[in-house]
Design a binder for this molecule. Sequence first.
Ligand code: SAM
Length: 275
Amino acid sequence: MPIDHVLKLYSETIQSPYLHYGFWDHPESVDLDKVTLQEIKDAQNRYIEHLASFIPEDVKSILDVGCGIGGNADYLQKIGYLVEALSPDEFQKSVIAEKFDGAMTFHHCKFEKFNPLNEYDLILESESACYIKIDHGFEKARETLKSDGYLLVSDYFVYFRDGTKNPHLKSSHDKEKYLNSAIAHGFELIREFDQTENTMPTLDYGKYFIDRFINPAMEYGIYSSKKNYPKTAAIIEKIIAPKIESKLNQLELIDSDQFRKYRQYMIYLFQKKDV
Ligand SMILES: C[S@@+](CC[C@H](N)C(=O)[O-])C[C@H]1O[C@@H](n2cnc3c(N)ncnc32)[C@H](O)[C@@H]1O
């Protein structure tokens, strides 16, 4: 199955075992000028520590759906859970195989296509719920969980639409639709937590880094190529200008004020109920 090259890029640049936003305990006191790569990795560790605090006491087995490069699964296995991992991504499959050297059962498929041979106490969807079609996801979760099992979801949801084409309105589920589908599929919401503010410093740092380093470096590159190779630069500019425009629109995705306007980064703990 294909490779998600954006996620691969994150894993190769940040070089942490996670592909999520991280969790900042004191977001109001983060000074972007002083943030280090290590602090971003620490925030990512805190994210799974905090998320794991939502796992009910009677849980032993966990299926980590959309496991990325295995950081969450590794953490959960080390604190004593029986963990299996699932992802459709070829690159992530190879990372998991190497990292765990066979000590992690891995299912290489989309969750919607998963054929469960076991029943699990809890399904974890950490920043993967948004990739899975809402109704299919709940149907498959019902099939995969023991009775009274749990679905722990940590992801961003759209709570406000204003009819614009803002990129925050794409690639996320509508919060209300998601919660209604949970009810329709026999899942009861037993805990929730809004971690929007705790996740925003990672976005702010991404924007800070692009504004401070990437944009000036690109400007210098464009200036230098126009000066030294004016004809070639003009041809290239004509070809890539429309693409650059659409990429620049995507940068709104790392604008935390835009995020707050449209999205909430929620933790939901659902329990499967008999219907
Ligand atoms: C943003 S990453 C999150 C990775 C990891 N859970 C974490 O918190 O670091 C999204 C994950 O969802 C996976 N994914 C995408 N579509 C999926 C699907 N249909 N079923 C299951 N996983 C999917 C991606 O391959 C990736 O592993």
